[in-house]
Design a protein around this ligand. Structure first.
Ligand SMILES: [Zn+2]
Length: 106
């Protein structure tokens, strides 16, 4: 079942990573919908996160709600640089937008 969708691919992957960390079986659909950099993404084919089983819905919703709340709370957090690919990330990101490496503990 569909649990989350966002036209921002990195956000979908951040939540996928969180669900993985919590041991919730899920997968991404429309993974390549956004196309290459510089191309316009059609709004009707957003990347989606699907749960393999509806029994995980309550737990998954809680993880996602926590993520969104945390995201809003840390909007003024400092930007950080990825240890793996050296890309700059916004302070609210918990994993690198570019390579999905977890944010280093500071
Ligand atoms: Zn990175």
């Amino acid at each position: 079942m569909l649990i989350y969708s966002d036209f921002e691919r990195f956000r979908v992957y951040q939540i996928k990573q969180l669900l993985d960390d919590h041991g919730i079986p899920c997968y991404v659909k429309n993974e390549f919908a956004s196309g290459a950099v510089g191309e316009l993404a059609p709004q009707d084919v957003q990347p989606e996160i699907w749960l393999q089983d509806a029994q995980w819905q309550v737990k998954a919703k809680r993880v996602i709600d926590d993520y969104i709340a945390q995201n809003q709370a840390s909007q003024n957090a400092q930007d950080w640089r990825c240890n793996n690919c050296q890309e700059e990330n916004e302070g609210s990101f918990v994993i690198c937008w570019n390579c999905q490496t977890s944010r280093p503990e500071s």
